[in-house]
Design a protein. Structure first.
Length: 394
């Protein structure tokens, strides 16, 4: 427990963190990697280069300061981040290192404003928050290892099949190299893929949604090929161009909290944009297989028919269901967007709604769903990349 004095001091830093948070986390990562370059093996280099990781961490530190009187408020964020940490292989011994360089960055950026009392208070607060992460992640690691066919960290898989789904999306069917089966997972979860790439000094890790309903012997990921000059495309382009059937890659066990509640039979709607379709495929197939009578809507936005993946699959699953409606719109065509009118026509206000796609797409969709009166607790969404806030206010 933190003392009232410590909590008061941490709360007093809220305005400073709001103004200088990104400067602090930018300095933090720079110093951290200079002192511990081995940690570059578990961080996403593209997110670092674009400043996304720095921004995400700044928001997390700010949220901790705001909610220091009741840290339970940030528990959902802790669990979401902990899933990512377990998928990446973050260990308890990493936390003291992070704490040391975060406090040093505060001191360097804030100068004399970062008094000894402030640094001491934040050291105590960081210790409590780090212990929360370590405890949650310890339980996750244990559950992951002890589940059927489970393991911790990374395991060798073979690319059993490589299937082109559209002009930009290719699926990779992955089977354990040791011939075992894969653990069960919940529709919507992801795995991490770790690669040693030519020309890269450090290992690279990317997280990809599992894009089919659970199968006993394989995973499937479906990867979009980005533009060659897009930092986000370094790994996806390598997978498309250089990883072939029979090749080995390292894979983590499934993780993630953006998941389908498959116990429900009430209406459900899936709304996706672009490669955001991938977790929806796992969810939609699961509904088709397990609760085919469940009223279901699938709305998808793609650039054009050549870039759309899984159209035939979705139509086939819809044919297995009693009450499924499916529509795709193409942004290259006039009026080719999912509109408020379309949402009102297709989405039952009683639905649990799952949204995934680029951040601007999700902001618009969630804002319109709010405008329809759909409660926050019925709207579930996933953003590809570091945790971020979406501007969903009307």
């Amino acid at each position: 427990m933190l003392s009232e004095e410590t909590r008061t001091i941490v709360k007093s830093t809220v305005p400073v963190l709001e103004e200088h948070g990104v400067a602090i986390t930018t300095r933090f990562y720079k110093n951290l990697f200079e002192a511990h370059p081995e940690l570059l093996n578990i961080f996403n280099h593209a997110n670092q280069a674009q400043g996304r990781q720095q921004t995400a961490l700044a928001k997390a530190v700010y949220a901790a300061a705001v909610h220091i009187d009741n840290l339970e408020e940030i528990l959902p964020a802790v669990v979401q981040i902990a899933h990512k940490h377990v998928s990446l292989g973050v260990l308890p011994e990493h936390y003291p290192i992070v704490g040391e360089y975060l406090l040093k960055a505060m001191k360097e950026v804030l100068g004399d404003a970062a008094t000894d009392e402030i640094i001491k208070a934040w050291a105590e607060a960081y210790g409590v928050i780090a212990d929360a992460f370590i405890g949650v992640e310890k339980d996750m690691y244990q559950q992951t290892a002890e589940q059927e066919n489970g393991w911790n960290f990374f395991k060798d898989f073979i690319v059993a099949r490589k299937v082109k789904e559209s002009e930009v999306i290719t699926s990779f069917y992955l089977k354990p190299a040791d011939g075992s089966n894969v653990p069960p997972y919940t529709a919507g979860q992801y795995i991490s893929v770790r690669l040693a790439m030519p020309g890269e000094e450090y290992l690279v890790i990317r997280q990809y949604s599992l894009s089919q309903a659970p199968k006993p012997d394989e995973f499937r990921i479906s990867v979009k090929r980005e533009n060659d000059n897009d930092p986000n495309g370094v790994v996806s382009n390598y997978l498309h161009s250089s990883i072939n059937e029979g090749d080995r890659i390292e894979v983590s066990a499934p993780a993630g909290v953006f998941v389908l509640d498959a116990t429900k039979t009430s209406p459900v709607a899936f709304i996706s944009g672009g490669v955001g379709i991938t977790p929806m495929m796992s969810m939609f197939e699961t509904v088709a297989n397990s609760t085919p009578a469940r009223p279901t809507t699938f709305l998808h936005g793609a650039r054009n028919p050549l870039q759309q993946a899984f159209d035939d699959d979705i139509q086939a699953y819809a044919m297995m269901m009693d009450d499924a409606r499916y529509k795709t719109v193409y942004s290259d065509e006039p009026n080719g967007f999912i509109t408020r009118e379309m949402l009102e026509e297709y989405v039952d206000p009683a639905s649990d709604v799952y949204v995934c796609g680029p951040a601007p797409f999700m902001e618009i969709m969630i804002r319109e769903l709010h405008g329809m009166g759909i409660p926050e607790e019925q709207i579930h969404y996933e953003f590809f990349g570091p945790a971020m806030d979406l501007n969903t206010n009307s």
